[in-house]
Design a protein around this ligand. Structure first.
Ligand code: SF4
Length: 304
């Protein structure tokens, strides 16, 4: 039986940075609190909890005084920093630099274009999106799917950004839909590239500006993981239930290999999946630790 772990799967740069920051801070000083799950992977949260990391929510943050609190890669809205300042809390900021840059771009757009609607293509209620909305005093419009488009006034200026983990295809579709909904055809709209700025004026006189702010650490994995998924009889995709990019990457694997199964831990492995096959590929999300994929490989070996 061939069993292989995808070498391109596992923590992205931002998550790696956040977890290693937690580990090094825990060695220096405890207690160390983390605002929200450090990563959307229950197994990794449990590992860091065993090392001493204490996960808290925003209500608990408000009642903490003079403590050390780590902010995870997703980032936080300005209100969180304000609470920390008021309560004498030392922030260890592990916000991913890619997210930080996006927050700054949204804040700049909001302050320099007070007439425009700031639109974020993302998952409503996702921690990163809450941090992004916070840059606009909560006024940004979050679009998760076509049903949310009614929130946009297509007769007013629109500046569109994306949550870092959304799919490029979904973003491009949204751009085209917005163009269509604005009455006249655009004169000079061309596809934007990541982190560049586009100012466009439609024939209708409506300003529509869009920024592809999708993180390529996620987007670039799609072609690689699809190729990987075609090379095995069965694919075990390892990810936590809350992982956004996990859902995206799992569906990409499933689209090319119908025998793709989602597991969050070795306990969820179903021995029936391993019958009458010659090869198994193990891969995962940007929030999936390498050690967890190794554990699943060991479990498969123990079953066979
Ligand atoms: S997916 Fe990209 S933006 Fe998100 S934490 Fe990883 S590196 Fe940062």
């Amino acid at each position: 039986m061939k069993i292989e772990i995808d070498k391109n799967s596992g923590f992205c740069f931002g998550v790696m940075r956040a977890t290693s920051t937690a580990e090094s801070e825990l060695e220096k000083e405890q207690p160390l609190y983390c605002l929200g799950d450090i990563v959307h992977n229950g197994q990794e949260v449990e590992r860091l909890t065993r090392l001493g990391l204490i996960t808290i929510d925003h209500t608990q943050l408000a009642s903490l005084q003079n403590a050390h609190v780590l902010l995870r890669a997703h980032g936080e809205p300005p209100h969180t920093y304000e609470i920390a300042r008021q309560n004498g809390i030392k922030i260890i900021d592990a916000t991913c630099p890619v997210v930080l840059k996006l927050q700054q771009k949204i804040k700049q757009a909001y302050t320099t274009h007070p007439d425009a609607q700031i639109v974020i293509y993302g998952k409503i209620g996702h921690a990163e999106v809450i941090g992004l909305e916070g840059q606009t005093e909560g006024k940004a419009i979050v679009i998760e799917n076509e049903n949310d488009l009614s929130k946009i006034d297509f007769s007013r200026p629109i500046i569109l950004f994306s949550q870092t983990t959304k799919s490029v295809e979904g973003f491009n579709n949204l751009v085209n839909t917005i163009k269509t909904r604005i009455s006249n055809k655009p004169t000079d709209l061309t596809p934007n590239t990541q982190s560049s700025t586009l100012n466009s004026q439609l024939n209708s006189g409506i300003h529509f500006e869009y920024h592809d702010t999708i993180c390529r650490n996620v987007a670039n994995r799609i072609p690689d993981i699809k190729k990987f998924a075609t090379q095995f009889d069965v694919i075990l995709f390892v990810a936590g239930a809350k992982s956004s990019n996990g859902k995206v990457l799992f569906n990409e694997c499933l689209s090319v290999n119908p025998r793709t199964y989602l597991v969050s831990s070795a306990d969820e492995l179903n021995p029936d999946w391993l019958k009458n096959i010659e090869s198994i590929g193990i891969c995962g999300a940007t929030s999936t630790p390498k050690w967890l994929m190794e554990t699943i490989k060991q479990k498969i070996n123990s079953i066979l």
